[in-house]
Design a protein around this ligand. Sequence first.
Ligand code: ZN
Length: 229
Amino acid sequence: MRIAVISDVHSNLPALEAVLEDLGRVDEILCAGDLVGYASQPNEVVDLLRRRGIPAVMGNHDYAAVTGEVEWFNPSARRAALWTRERLTEENRRYLRSLPEELRLTREGVRIYLVHGSPRDPLFEYVFPDLPQRQLLELVRGVEAQVILLGHTHVPMRRVIQGKLVLNPGGVGQPRDRDPRASYLVLTLEDGEAEAEFRRVEYDIDRAAEGIRKAGLPPELASRLYVGW
Ligand code: ZN
């Protein structure tokens, strides 16, 4: 069985479309949160993910867009969150509000745990790829799953700790590892074993950047897409 894992789409429709086209044959798609925020097409992104029936968890930007609680954001993220909040349709607002903070699934006998930030702080804590093993162990110790899927950092990650595979697919809509291509992964489950393949996809950055500028969103949200930071 093959499961595509995406995260941090951040209202970037051209990037999401490119990833969905690139997937090939997969049995399921999971989304680790932050559907909205930053770019200019929140409703189009949420509509597409809902239409495809893609299970998702809530990210901090999704939370901010539905609650208006933005005080922890930097100024451009704050502006984008409030801009998004004004534009979300009632239906999409309700959908984002309904997203769970964690998802637990079992596929082919493999237990999978999905969260945006970290198991102890689902919305806000960052788990970067260089987190020392001891701290990572602390985070995942209580999670009864073989595969732990995270988002939030926009940086791809693969770690193995106590037999648990800890993965972050990187960012679809705003990669932050200095590679501007949209990032995602495909999880293969076979005979109770799990392995991940990381993928990068070029997309029409001009289209996304122009949308951001035309919407009057902070221009640095457009320029950073070209450098993947
Ligand atoms: Zn994010």
